[in-house]
Design a protein around this ligand. Structure first.
Ligand SMILES: Nc1nc2c(c(=O)[nH]1)N[C@H]1C(S)=C(S)[C@@H](COP(=O)(O)O)O[C@H]1N2
Ligand SMILES: [Mo]
Length: 202
């Protein structure tokens, strides 16, 4: 169907079919860069839990075996880093945030993802429900590597990848939208790659 042949390669190795999947200002990478603001934590699985809290108060928590027993679909998604690389067709396995929130119950417009190492990312409930966000523990058919957020990370592919908090340990339900780690350094509170919402004011 495409007027351009399959073998066509545009600038920076981007084929015609990939072009329409690339948000403005992004380029395609085949590698998988590691971007971490601090050292990689190594929490033993026996100590790992995932928690839904509300204003810091515990609501529901899963141990690693309990978490592994939840439905965990395979997700294929394009991911977009604010530093301008995009990686197309990444394949993950994870638990939908819908599953977690439905079991915990929730009545709040925002969440703050919290992580081993202290990283945080703010998100609206609307962006982590409706089949748009997962807590991923598998990547490309393997356990998620520690450098990429293993044992588990948030995956919110429709927003810039800084929202996909690595080493995530829970979501805190919030009544107000407060900045997370990068947002306090001037990154956008929302982060839609298709609107190029890189920095505050974009
Ligand atoms: N805990 C934590 N999560 C994080 C980060 C981080 O520094 N710490 N970096 C973010 C940024 S800016 C990006 S682009 C992606 C990078 O994920 P990767 O290292 O798997 O490519 O993780 C995001 N999640
Ligand atoms: Mo990033």
């Amino acid at each position: 169907m495409s007027p351009v042949s399959r073998g066509f390669r545009g600038r920076r190795g981007t084929s015609a079919g990939q072009e329409s999947r690339l948000p403005p200002g992004q380029y395609v990478t085949e590698g998988f860069p590691v971007l971490s603001a601090g050292p990689t934590p190594h929490t033993p699985l026996q100590e790992w839990t995932f928690s839904i809290t509300a204003g810091g108060q515990p609501k529901k928590s899963w141990t690693w075996p309990e978490f592994q027993a939840l439905a965990a679909p395979t997700i294929t998604a394009d991911i977009h880093c604010v530093t301008r690389w995009s990686k197309l067709g990444t394949r993950w396995q994870g638990v939908s945030v819908d599953t977690l929130l439905d079991q915990a119950g929730y009545d709040a417009p925002y969440v703050m993802a919290f992580c081993d190492g202290g990283y945080t990312a703010n998100l609206s409930i609307a962006d982590v429900t409706g089949g748009q966000a997962w807590v991923a523990f598998g990547y490309a058919g393997e356990p998620l590597e520690p450098e990429h957020g293993g044992p588990a990370r948030l995956l919110v592919p429709h927003l810039y990848f800084w929202k996909s908090a690595k080493w995530v340990r829970g979501l805190d339900l919030r009544q107000t939208d407060e900045p997370g780690f990068w947002e306090t350094y001037g990154y956008n509170m929302y982060g839609d790659p298709w609107k190029e919402q890189r920095y505050a004011g974009d």
